[in-house]
Structures are given as C-alpha cells and as structure tokens.
Design a protein around this ligand. Structure first.
Ligand SMILES: NC(=O)c1ccc[n+]([C@@H]2O[C@H](COP(=O)([O-])OP(=O)(O)OC[C@H]3O[C@@H](n4cnc5c(N)ncnc54)[C@H](OP(=O)(O)O)[C@@H]3O)[C@@H](O)[C@H]2O)c1
Length: 246
C-alpha cells in the first residue's frame, strides 16, 4: 500500500504535476491548509494523520519578492516553521522542496554538502532560511531542484545563466520516484536536476525561435552558474535498478 503523503502547494506548478503522477497524494488547498496559520495546520494534521509530508507550498515570485519581503518571509520561513513545529510533535517524515538558489552560483556543480550562500536575492534568502528550519527535524529530506513549464514561457532566455534545471515533465517524475522510494534514501539532502546547460539552450528545446538575452537585463540579481551536481541521485537510481527495485 502506498504511504499516506500530505502535500502542501498541491495547486502550484510542481504540486499539480505531482498530483497527476501520484493521485494518492492528499493535497488540501490553501483555503484548508494555510501554512501561515498554525491552527489550520493542526487541523489538517489531525484530519489526514500523514506519516509523511511533502512541503511544496512557497512564495515563488523571485522578482516580486524584492518588494514583498515581509510576505515572502512569512510564507517561506514562518510557514515552514509552523509546519515543522507540528511535524515535531507528530513524528512525521518531512520532505522539503528547495532550490538551487541557496547557492551563490558562480562556480556551478554544487554538491549537496557544499556551503550555502551567500544568496543573490530575497527569495533565495528565504529558501535558505527555510532549509535550516527543516534541519531541526530528526527525519527530513531536503530536495533541491529547479524546473520550468513547457514550452518555455518567455520569448527571450538568458544565454549567460547556466543551470541544471529542466522542464517540469522531466523533473516531476524524478521527484515522484524519490517520493515512492523515500525509505531507501539515506541522505538528508538530495539534488534532483539534469545536466548543466544555459537557460537559452534549454529554452530552444521547446521554443526554437526564443531569443538570447543577458541575465544583466533581468530586474533582479541572478547567478551565472547555479548548476547542481546530481551524482548522488544517479547513484541511488543505479542501485535501485541493480537491486530490481525499479
Ligand atoms: N519554479 C521553480 O523553478 C522552482 C525552482 C526550485 C524550487 N522551487 C520550489 O518548488 C516548490 C514549488 O514551486 P512551484 O513553482 O510549483 O510554485 P507555485 O506554482 O508558485 O505554487 C506555489 C503553491 O504554494 C501555495 N501557497 C502559497 N502560499 C501558501 C500558504 N500561505 N499556504 C498554503 N499554500 C500556499 C500556492 O497556493 P495558491 O495556489 O493558493 O496560490 C501554490 O499552490 C516551492 O517550494 C519552490 O520554492 C521552484
């Protein structure tokens, strides 16, 4: 029988894709489970009694976060802290969706245990702080990832920003696979991403007419190479394959 998993942010981009892949996920909307409201979290935990929570709800507008700092902090840091407080009382396994932006992003190839920060923008700061809140829990898994909707949604793409992000239809099944094998993941942190490439290169795969632009033209500070090293994830899949688990 599939593990009972409570998902926050189930109406978001990643949440919607995960629900499509794992219909068994319990995913109350924000009107039922508002992570900034501790009472609604208590009610949801009492109702769903989840052994596992996957926390994908977040304030995710990177540019707007610069001017809506209080809201971004309230959702990403305080909201995560509210969930963690409830999870602590109930011995819940906590899976936290995080981002490559917790790294500075000049060298690329970041490993799970590399030092975090400094960060380029306020959204990244809030996600870094949220990770540290989650690390308080004895049973946690921080999944760092990055994804785009497909086709690439903008007419221009940065040729000087390197990333290991991929389209949601590539990343979501990988995250679903990790969730289905949670008990066989012996790490507190795991990167789920694909190979290093420029955002422009990625964009051309689904929008061939996309035009190259420099990240210097973005309204918010962006890294030059935020790519993640993913050998830990590849190693896990390889061992599951050879054990016949997959
Ligand atoms: N998009 C990326 O490229 C990217 C990259 C790396 C990591 N991530 C992380 O992946 C996760 C999912 O991202 P996404 O792009 O799927 O986000 P998204 O589309 O912006 O969805 C965010 C979800 O969070 C919910 N939410 C916001 N505030 C809430 C609150 N107070 N209580 C309960 N729910 C709340 C939203 O609810 P409503 O539907 O009601 O607004 C929405 O369902 C986030 O943790 C994000 O930081 C995203």
């Amino acid at each position: 029988m599939a593990t009972r998993i409570l998902l926050t942010g189930g109406a978001g981009r990643l949440g919607t894709a995960l629900r499509g892949l794992m219909p068994e996920l319990m995913a109350p909307g924000r009107e039922e489970l508002d992570i900034t409201d501790p009472a609604s979290i208590e009610r949801a935990f009492a109702q769903y009694r989840p052994p596992v929570i996957v926390h994908a709800a977040a304030y995710t507008d990177v540019a707007r976060a610069e001017t809506e700092r209080a809201l971004c902090w309230r959702v990403n840091v305080e909201g995560t802290r509210n969930l963690v407080r409830t999870a602590l009382k109930r011995d819940v396994q906590f899976v936290h969706i995080s981002t490559d932006y917790v790294f500075w992003g000049d060298e690329g190839g970041y490993r799970e245990d590399d030092p975090l920060g400094p960060v380029r923008n306020y959204y990244a700061l809030s996600k870094l702080a949220a990770e540290e809140v989650v690390r308080v829990l004895p049973r946690h898994l921080i999944l760092r990832t990055s994804f785009r909707p497909s086709p690439f949604p903008y007419p221009v793409a940065y040729h000087d920003l390197y990333t290991s992000q991929d389209y949601l239809e590539v990343i979501a099944p990988e995250i679903a696979l990790a969730l289905q094998h949670l008990h066989q993941i012996p790490y507190p942190t795991l990167h789920i991403a694909t190979e290093r490439k420029s955002v422009y290169e990625l964009a051309r795969r689904t929008r061939p007419e996309v035009e190259p632009r420099s990240r210097q033209e973005a309204g918010v500070a962006l890294p030059e190479d935020i790519s993640l090293e993913v050998s830990r994830w590849h190693g896990l899949k390889h061992s599951w394959n050879s054990q016949g688990v997959l």
